[in-house]
Write a protein that binds this ligand. Structure first.
Ligand code: R1P
Length: 288
């Protein structure tokens, strides 16, 4: 009987050509330079900037696990745009499985959306995690009572982006959007949209009323909160050989938590489009 997949303890593949199980790609179907987004409509929007590689149209593959990949040409370089959905696990699937099907060095820049932790950070502008990203995790052992003396949330040290790629991202965004629309600082990645981002939900015991102020006490330059950047930076830094996977991250500010401001649909679409094209340009210019 034909097996469903091979390499159970590595990065499993199925079929011929061997496709990695979750992002669904075979060798070479994704480029070394990748813009990674959370939403299919953002990926579709950015795929409009790609040109066909060989007269066959833009490569497009939707996996049955919710990943959507486009590959084509931009400014003479091969580039991909991938939509991964949300959270640490989806970024883990993306980073590991993309690494498995890309040959040679690779670079990925996230274009996400986020909530803002500072009143001066404007919705519709773009924030870059130039000073790194820290992870907030719900400490499950606190809640189940097995380690009640340990805090309800764990906060890591900072993980940094690749210097050169980050500088290229900031430069390209400033050129495209105007310097006043791009801010830099620390990103906070959370393992929940709810509890570990300090949202109040009376239906659950979350013990998170002081969480945002505790995060800001440790990281006064924290400007954004979202759910993927830390994982991207951490896995890029963990990838072997060292330096073979470079990462940076930018996010459109969609909601300001202190002021309650939220971005309008048109301003969001404009920032995604202009910002996304700038990230394609930054990746295109990068020496890999
Ligand atoms: C939550 O609404 C989602 O939006 C943000 C968060 O990180 C989380 O994934 O980013 P994306 O718009 O890129 O998905």
């Amino acid at each position: 009987q034909k097996s469903v997949y091979a390499d159970t303890n590595g990065v499993p593949r199925s079929g011929t050509p061997g496709r990695v199980l979750h992002i669904g790609l075979a060798d070479g179907e994704i480029a070394n330079r990748i813009v990674v987004v959370g939403h299919h409509s953002r990926a579709e929007l950015l795929s409009g900037f790609l040109q066909p590689e060989n007269g066959n149209g833009i490569f497009k593959l939707a996996s049955d696990r919710g990943f959507l990949t486009y590959t084509g040409m931009f400014g003479g370089q091969r580039l991909s745009v991938v939509s991964i959905g949300m959270g640490l696990s989806m970024m883990d699937f993306f980073a590991r499985e993309a690494r498995a099907v890309v040959k040679g060095n690779m670079a990925a820049v996230r274009l996400g959306t986020c909530g803002c932790l500072q009143d001066w950070v404007k919705v519709g502008n773009v924030s870059v995690a130039s000073q790194g990203s820290a992870l907030v995790q719900r400490n499950y052992s606190h809640f189940d009572g097995s380690a009640a003396d340990v805090k309800p949330y764990l906060l890591t040290e900072l993980c940094l982006p690749d210097d050169e790629l980050n500088a290229a991202v900031v430069g390209a965004l400033r050129d495209a959007m105007g310097a006043d629309k791009v801010v830099e600082g620390v990103n906070i990645t959370a393992d929940s949209f709810y509890s570990s981002q300090g949202r109040a939900d009376p239906a659950f015991n979350d013990e998170n009323s002081d969480l945002v102020s505790e995060v800001l006490a440790k990281y006064p330059n924290a400007i954004t909160m979202e759910m993927e950047t830390f994982q991207l930076f951490h896995l890029a830094r963990s990838c072997l050989p060292k330096g073979s996977f470079r990462a940076a991250a930018a996010v459109v500010n969609v909601a300001n938590r202190p002021t309650g401001d939220v971005v309008g649909e048109e301003a969001l679409r404009t920032a995604e489009s202009v910002g996304g094209k700038a990230l394609l340009q930054a990746l295109c210019n990068l020496q890999l």
